[in-house]
Ligand binder design. Structure first.
Ligand code: GTP
Length: 891
């Protein structure tokens, strides 16, 4: 059985208080007849109920528009809204009805899916929601998800759940595009798009829906309603319209006369002036634009209608003498206009059918003569119109002319059953047998006509609800349901993102905090390694080289295990021997420098390892360590292009041994001079020091060799004397002899024999030198070398020997080697500092970005929850009930 307007729309009985407020009908009413009063109240209730529904719906449209606008803005500024796909889940879980389980994926990432539980709308809760499916272990353990248990099938059987509950109704993104007009299925194409592209498509869809909602709102708010009165030629359409108006407005003739569409409006729509506006051909009528019509008085109407042979539109503004409670035209709520159409024939049939199909035609009243029944044109029109409008209002006119009224009714209703079955089902309300002429001619309104008027009024208002409100209700319900799906799915995504961000932050924050707290400690530790290693390298070098010089100063190899001293080859090769000695001593110093550099390499290796350990302690796990490989052999190598210093007592002499430019490799350094063999200046200086001046004392302290040298030099002379005498004296005897010789020189008597003695002494000394030379040469040469290498540079006399050029050999090398070691340490430390800084920056950026994700996701979770609540509230306030596809408003 099809749905009827009337049974579902029985208004509530008014309360006794409200009854008193109702103005009685202007139509004749029998005094004391309660039934009439009931009719009046019903009419008022019709209007009130319509108004109430309209207002509720307008509020719901506004609230939904507001949600959609917010969603669009949120999608644009705060969250890229994802477009979900729901599929029935294949997995069967105990305790969960298979209908409740769904597989959720998103258009931008169709390969990834999640199991969710779908909760369908229930009685009193029209929202469809998705919740994350409990882990399978819980489900298997018997934990049920209460919101979804077995409800889907129950709701399906109640008809609340649409079969399309997995889908979008209004916000569906289906694109039909493809090369050369080929079509690609919507979901396939959508899934090829980026997340942001899908979001912008969705945004466009929302914008379209908003436009549609505003149109629906305008339609809901539109207070005009058009009733098209049509029927066979001469069936009495104009008479019927006049009867409704209780005035003879439309021209009535025995002959077919109406060729125009006469729209009758309340004169209130024309500033209360009764007028006829003939719409000019090809113009769109506007009552405020004089160029679109010609103005006439109502008295000219008959003439206009009879003279017009074209199907023109005529607008009539007439005053309805009745009050709003009883007047159809002037009902106080809806601006009803009655359209008297030309009688149906072959010429007018098509035009009238087109007219009837217009959206603004809410009701079609078909007038048929009781005498003639339905002509072929009438049947054709009714058949088409009933497909279009489903319900038609049929006035069987001239019923007063019929003798066998029952038979007539039966025959007419039989025909209606075939032409418009739904109209036939509600025939009591939709089919009326009346005599319109008597209402106008005699001023009597028979009961049959009163019933007709009541039914028509209800039908217009209810039809209006169907035609104007229902599309809005359906659309609203569908879009709200789409919002459920969208907000539920996006809420799940936001919750997952929030959890991910929180987990990531829980991992990253402590790491970052630990790094920041350890930054100063690392800096200090690195500085300590740098200072410690370079300082130690310098100090070790200094000690080693000073010791080496000490050795060389005494004529011994500084590195005896590597460099041995040459043996004396005889007086004839004295010069070569001296040269070999010098070379050996210099070589031994070079070797000492090498050894010092090797010491520093060892320290650098140790320092680099310490830096590595610090890196392990301060860098988080997983951070790549330095890829730099330290090559100790690369230390102290003068790289091509670097300038060498060439002064003998400067750093490079020793330091550049890698290039073969050590002390021993310098030709002028091994050149032998006479003083390398006999250092007269040295001996004389020693003699001078015997007088023991203060300076001499201080100088003698500096040179530990002085006393022994002086003693040995003097011993030479004494030795010569004793050799002459054939007797060799010991050192003590030699000293004593020396004193005695001095005394002899002071005595004049002894001067006579002193000369031969002195000659002998000189000879002795000479011989002594010859015999002692193999021993004294290494010492002399070593002393010279030591003296040169211990002397500071040209600026030594100034405040401090700060530059290597100004330093003595050992400190200069200590400085150089310390500096080179520091360079290595600094590089390793810089590398770690840089890696540490980068890691801190990266971690800080990560934490910041996760905090941002957390903030956005948190907001999205709350926003989507709120959005879902708002949609639910809209439905509750609007009083939507019924399934998504066919909702109704609660009474
Ligand atoms: N007895 C009787 N005569 C009626 C009734 N209704 C209309 N008539 C008469 O029928 C004739 C035609 O009436 P109209 O109202 O002009 O008919 P119409 O359908 O508007 O005519 P066209 O527009 O020309 O098709 C008039 O003479 C009316 O008086 C009625 O209910 N009873």
């Amino acid at each position: 059985m099809s749905q009827s307007y009337f049974p579902a729309y029985r208004p509530l009985r008014p309360t006794p208080e409200s009854i008193e407020d109702i103005t009685p009908l202007a139509t004749p009413a029998r005094d004391g007849d309660v039934a009439d009063l009931e009719v009046t109240k019903e009419k008022v209730d019709d209007v009130q109920q319509y108004q109430e529904h309209r207002d509720r719906l307008t509020t719901a449209i506004d609230a939904t528009s507001s949600i959609l606008t917010d969603l669009r803005e949120f999608n644009k500024t705060s969250w890229v809204v994802r477009y979900p796909h729901l599929k029935p889940s294949l997995s069967q879980r105990p305790g969960i009805h298979p209908n409740s389980r769904r597989t959720l994926s998103f258009a931008d990432d169709p390969a990834t899916s999640t199991e969710v539980v779908f909760t369908p709308p229930t009685q009193g809760r029209l929202r469809r929601t998705l919740t994350a499916a409990a882990p399978s272990t819980d489900v298997e353990a018997g934990t049920e998800v209460p919101s979804a248990t077995n409800t889907a099938s129950a709701q399906e059987s109640e008809g609340l759940v649409s079969k399309s509950d997995n889908e979008f109704h209004v916000l569906r993104l289906d694109l039909k595009l493809g090369p050369h007009g080929t079509t690609t299925s919507g979901p396939t194409l959508v899934s090829q798009l980026e997340k942001s592209s899908i979001a912008s498509l969705l945004s466009e869809r929302i914008a379209t829906s908003l436009t549609h909602l505003s149109k629906l709102r305008a339609r809901v708010q539109d207070v005009s309603s058009k009733v098209l009165v049509t029927g066979d030629l001469n069936a009495g359409k104009s008479t019927f319209v006049n009867a409704l108006l209780r005035r003879e407005v439309m021209p009535v003739d025995q002959q077919p006369c109406t060729t125009m569409f006469c729209e009758v409006h309340d004169a209130a729509d024309n500033d209360g002036v009764e007028e006829a506006h003939v719409v000019k051909e090809g113009c769109t009528y506007s009552p405020t634009d004089e160029t679109t019509f010609t103005r006439h008085t109502l008295t000219e109407l008959e003439e206009i209608v009879s003279e017009s042979d074209a199907q023109r539109i005529l607008k009539l503004y007439v005053k309805d003498p009745r009050n709003p409670q009883s007047s159809l035209l002037n009902n106080g709520t809806v601006n009803i206009s009655l359209i008297d159409a030309p009688g149906l024939n072959r010429d007018s049939l098509k035009t009238t059918a087109l007219f009837a199909r217009q959206e603004e035609i809410d009701v079609v009243v078909f007038v048929v003569s009781a005498e003639n029944h339905f002509t072929l044109s009438a049947k054709e029109f009714l058949w088409n119109a009933s497909n279009e409008k489903a319900y038609l209002f049929i006035v069987v006119n001239r019923f007063d002319q019929i003798r066998d009224k029952a038979r007539c009714k039966r025959l007419v209703l039989d025909q209606i059953r075939q032409l418009s079955p739904r109209t036939w089902e509600d025939a009591a309300d939709l089919v009326h047998f009346v005599d319109s002429a008597s209402v106008v001619e005699k001023g009597e309104v028979p009961e049959s006509f009163q019933n007709l008027e009541h039914s028509l009024r209800s039908f217009v208002l209810q039809k209006r609800e169907k035609s104007k409100l229902l599309p809005a209700i359906t659309f609203l319900n569908k879009i709200l349901s789409d919002l459920d799906l969208l907000t539920s799915a996006n809420g799940l995504v936001a919750t997952a993102e929030l959890k991910q961000a929180q987990d990531d932050l829980a991992r990253a924050r402590p790491v970052l905090e630990k790094m920041l707290a350890g930054r100063e400690e690392l800096d200090e530790a690195l500085a300590a390694v740098e200072d410690g290693m370079s300082g130690e390298a310098g100090e070790k070098t200094k000690q080693r080289l000073e010791k080496a010089l000490e050795m060389v100063g005494t004529g011994k190899s500084a590195m005896p295990e590597i460099i041995s001293m040459p043996s004396f080859p005889g007086m004839l090769q004295l010069w070569q021997y001296t040269r070999d000695v010098k070379k050996a001593l210099l070589l031994s110093i070079d070797e000492a420098v090498k050894a010092a550099e090797n010491d520093a390499r060892g320290l650098a290796v140790e320092g680099v390892a310490k830096v590595g350990t610090l890196g392990d302690a301060h860098l988080p796990v997983g951070v790549e360590r330095s890829k730099r490989i330290f090559k100790p052999e690369a230390m102290f190598v003068v790289r091509p292009g670097h300038k060498r210093r060439s002064s003998l007592n400067t750093v490079v002499v020793g330091g550049a041994y890698g290039l073969g430019i050590g002390l021993a490799a310098q030709p002028h350094a091994v050149d032998v001079e006479l003083r390398d063999i006999i250092d007269m200046r040295h001996y004389l200086m020693r003699f001078a020091l015997v007088g023991s001046s203060e300076e001499g004392k201080s100088l003698s302290l500096e040179d530990s060799d002085i006393s022994t040298s002086a003693i040995s030099m003097l011993s030479v002379g004494v030795g010569a004397v004793t050799m002459v005498g054939g007797k060799t004296l010991g050192a003590r005897g030699l000293l004593e002899g020396l004193v005695r010789i001095g005394d002899l020189f002071g005595n004049a008597s002894t001067r006579k024999w002193a000369a031969p003695i002195a000659g002998a002494l000189a000879l002795g000394l000479t011989l002594y030198f010859v015999y002692e030379l193999p021993n004294t040469i290494p010492r002399t040469v070593g002393r010279h070398i030591k003296t040169i290498l211990s002397t500071t540079g040209p600026a030594a006399g100034q405040a401090s020997a700060s530059s290597p050029e100004q330093m003595a050999f050992a400190p200069a090398h200590a400085h150089r080697i310390g500096k080179e070691t520091r360079k290595v340490m600094r590089l390793a430390a810089w590398d770690l500092r840089e890696r540490f800084r980068q890691t801190v920056d990266e971690r800080a950026a990560e934490v910041k970005s996760w905090e941002e994700v957390e903030r956005i996701a948190q907001r999205a979770v709350e926003w989507f929850e709120e959005c879902g609540r708002r949609a639910e509230e809209v439905r509750q306030k609007a009083g939507f009930t019924g399934p998504i596809d066919a909702p109704v408003l609660a009474q």
